[in-house]
Design a protein around this ligand. Structure first.
Ligand code: FAD
Length: 431
């Protein structure tokens, strides 16, 4: 069997390498960290989560929950490791980020068919190869990819939320609760009166942002928009977004606060909390000043400040097949965020498809396209069939699934039916 090169041991690359090795195909896995790092990574571990520690919804009434379930059934190392290192997060699957990455690193590195090579790859290698170098692909390789693809590369910028030392949160002022008391109480909530909110809002929109590099045009991804940019859209915008108070009545008063900021547990020991939805590009000193105005965070110590980065992706509808193969070169695959799937789980999911298919190519077997009815297949279909001109990265969502033959008005029932169809379709395919 031929050896396959996988470049990048992030969410997609780790999953791809695992799938290859589990299929009996030897892998050379290239990862540049710790020799060289990216502006968002902090460790040398595989599959590091660069921003939130949440892998989002875990139930089957949620498309990303369906995606996870499909991946579980396909022996995903990323989802298995997330399940093993989960922390309480209501209906979501959130993880202890250090344990999660350490576990994936161990499983992948210790696999007898995986050889890890700690170096930066600067050219696209010969032979069967999966490129999974992420939205922060190092410059030399990014240039190679851009020239290989012609003028189809894009880029945009997004941001990471600050993390706080939990022992510095004033527990008298905050309360533990999940929205609508769904699942285990998982979030610390910082309630605000209207007056406190207005003071905070004004400070936030006037705070100084970090100087920008030679950004051409700012293009934010909606789901990870800096809080100050969101705030500038209008006084009420945050109240319908990350500061939404519904379902978060303060147990002390029984009343719904005017606004609420949620803190989410970031590690198993609960020694770190992140401010949910508060990714930011403010200067660090300004982050401290403004975020300490949040009730309960007056003395907060920031373990990590929010940051903002380049985030590159390619014009996949022009360039890729649903197997994640390059249209121009059959033995070259791309996977992860750079293909225009958006999110940790989606990135890992595309790595899974690329890994399975590269393994088949190495064994001279026929490649597989996942049915569109599956969450995995719906993502592959989206990135290869979206309109190329306005192509934007996309999270898994039920809107990408083909519609049902009958119309089901009840949303929950509709989602459950779509989920059931997806899992049946996957089972059918694996027969
Ligand atoms: P990565 O996980 O970044 O993996 C790429 C790997 O390739 C890295 O380990 C890198 O070191 C390595 N590499 C790069 N260049 C080379 C080279 N030349 N040679 C060898 N190795 C190389 N998604 C969410 O779901 N939730 C979030 O909160 C979230 N926040 C984000 C915040 C930021 C700042 C960014 C940039 C993205 C965020 N995303 C988020 C989007 C996306 O889910 C993550 O970027 C995810 O890590 C993508 O997985 P990946 O495997 O494609 O890339």
């Amino acid at each position: 069997v031929k050896t396959v090169n996988v470049i990048g041991a992030g969410l997609a690359g780790s999953e791809a390498a695992w799938q290859l090795a589990e299929a009996g195909v030897p892998v050379n896995l290239f990862e540049m960290r710790p020799v060289k790092t990216t502006p968002a990574h902090h460790t040398a571990d595989f599959a590091e989560l660069v921003c939130s520690n949440s892998l989002r919804g875990n139930g089957l009434t949620n498309a990303v929950g369906v995606l996870k379930e499909e991946m579980r059934r396909l022996n995903s190392v990323v989802i298995a490791s997330a399940d093993e290192t989960a922390v309480p997060a209501g209906g979501a699957l959130a993880v202890d980020r250090d344990n999660f990455s350490a576990l994936i690193t161990k499983k992948v590195k210790e696999h007898p068919l995986v050889t890890v090579i700690a170096e930066e790859v600067t050219e696209i290698p010969e032979g069967i190869t999966i490129i999974a170098t992420g939205p922060l692909t190092s410059e030399p390789l990014a240039k190679e990819i851009a020239s290989f693809n012609g003028s189809h590369g894009f880029y945009f910028y997004d941001a990471a939320a600050p993390i706080i030392d939990s022992s510095t949160i004033d527990r008298e002022k905050v309360y533990l609760k999940s929205r609508y008391d769904k699942g285990e109480a998982a979030y610390l909530n910082c309630p605000m009166t209207e007056e406190e909110f207005m003071r905070f809002y004004n400070a936030l929109i006037e705070a100084e942002v970090a100087p920008q590099k030679e950004f051409e045009k700012e293009k934010f991804f909606e789901g990870c928009m800096p809080i100050e940019v969101l705030a500038k859209r209008g006084v009420k915008t945050m109240l319908f977004g990350p500061m939404k108070p519904v379902g978060l009545e303060d147990p002390k008063t029984g009343k719904r606060p005017y606004a609420v900021i949620q803190l989410r547990q970031d590690n198993a020991a609960a020694s770190m909390y992140n401010i949910v939805g508060f990714q930011t590009h403010l200067k660090w000193g300004e982050q401290k000043r403004v975020f300490q105005m949040i009730p309960g965070l007056e003395k907060a110590e920031f373990l990590r400040y929010g940051v903002m980065h380049r985030n590159s992706f390619m014009n996949s509808p022009e360039l890729l097949r649903p197997t994640y193969q390059s249209k121009q070169r059959e033995d070259l695959f791309f996977a992860g965020q750079m293909t225009g799937v958006e999110g940790y789980v989606e990135s890992a999911g595309s790595g899974l498809v690329a890994g399975l298919n590269a393994a088949r190519l190495a064994k001279d077997e026929e490649l597989i396209e996942f049915p569109r009815e599956t969450a995995i297949g719906s993502m592959a279909y989206y990135i290869t069939h979206a309109e190329g001109k306005h192509f934007q990265p996309m999270n898994a969502n039920f809107g990408l699934f083909p519609s049902l033959p009958e119309r089901i008005r009840d949303k929950k029932l509709r989602y459950e039916t779509l989920a059931e169809r997806a899992l049946n379709s996957l089972a059918e395919m694996n027969k």
